[in-house]
Design a binder for this molecule. Structure first.
Ligand code: GLN
Length: 296
């Protein structure tokens, strides 16, 4: 009896009504993808699949379901991204755990994975050694190692939270035996002989961070976003380090901000890197710069 009374006190008591309630709340708050977010969060809170939403919209919710759905709704209204509330994100062919204090990887970064694979897949029969600079959640290295079974990788990050997150994601995907995560500063990290170096470094201009969407400014760690006054600090360091990290003829693939191609390409060329190529993302914005060190 109590259960029915408490459930009746909530503005929704069944699966379908919960989705409608959250959709309306998100629309009122001007949030994008209101219904899709509502569906995802209700499914996650109750532990059902999307099919069940369609086939059993009148399924009654328990008090604890209602409580969990309400908590998720409040978090989204506080502009926490759906992926962070869910605690996971699909990236390339893998699913990653996303935790506070670590950058939530973006779909744009899948372009970096694609460009990287176009280089290392050609040499799949050889053992290739990858370095991920600023590994964050481990998204890029997890994607590459999953697709190229012969490769091994090292990920470095200055954030211990990121190192822990990446280690956990690599282990969950059974990639721990082909990878190492090191708490290290990219300006001093000195291991050599990599076939491929990848990085999605911080590239937002410091003064622009506060004006980003709250989903980014309030939830992604500043250390993963802040590229200094002109957004290029990390590229200055990386350009100088690539010739140390890479084998002769080794490949680098870097993510850049949509308006940074010209200065980043100039920095790389000044550092003696060759064949520097620009690739656009799925929104047709400049996003990835790749190239090589000189062959022997
Ligand atoms: N792509 C992220 C954003 O625009 C920035 C990530 C980064 O600085 N590397 O929010």
């Amino acid at each position: 009896m109590d259960e029915i009374k408490d459930a009746g006190a909530a503005p929704f008591g069944a699966l379908g009504a919960a989705v409608d309630h959250l959709t309306a709340a998100f629309e009122d708050a001007g949030l994008e993808d209101a219904r899709e977010s509502a569906r995802i969060l209700v499914c996650r809170a109750v532990g059902v699949g999307k099919l069940e939403l369609l086939t059993s919209p009148s399924r009654r919710l328990s008090d604890s379901d209602i409580h969990q759905i309400t908590e998720f709704m409040k978090r989204r209204l506080a502009r926490e991204p759906v992926t962070r509330i869910e605690g996971r994100r699909d990236f390339w062919t893998v699913t990653l755990e996303i935790r506070p204090g670590v950058l939530d990887p973006r779909a744009d970064t899948e372009r970096l994975v694609e460009v990287s694979l176009s280089h290392i897949r050609l040499k799949q029969d050889q053992h290739q050694k990858i370095l991920d600079v600023g590994i964050g959640s481990g998204a890029i290295l997890c994607a590459l190692l999953t697709d190229v079974p012969n490769a091994t990788g090292i990920g470095i990050d200055i954030s211990t939270t990121a190192c822990e997150a990446a280690g956990k994601n690599l282990s969950a995907l059974k990639l721990a035996d082909r990878s190492r995560v090191l708490h290290a500063d990219f300006s001093t990290f000195g291991e050599t002989d990599f076939d491929l170096v990848v990085a999605n470094p911080p590239y937002i201009r410091s003064e622009e961070i506060a004006a980003l969407d709250p989903e980014v400014a309030d939830y992604d760690p500043a250390i993963a976003l802040d590229g200094g006054g002109d957004g290029l600090d990390a590229y200055r360091v990386i350009a100088g380090r690539l010739p140390i990290w890479l084998k002769p003829g080794g490949v680098f693939v870097l993510e850049i901000g949509y308006d940074q191609a010209v200065p980043v390409i100039a920095l790389l060329q000044e550092a003696g890197l060759q064949g520097v190529t620009l690739t656009r993302d799925y929104n047709n914005l400049d996003r990835v710069v790749s190239g090589t060190t000189a062959p022997i």
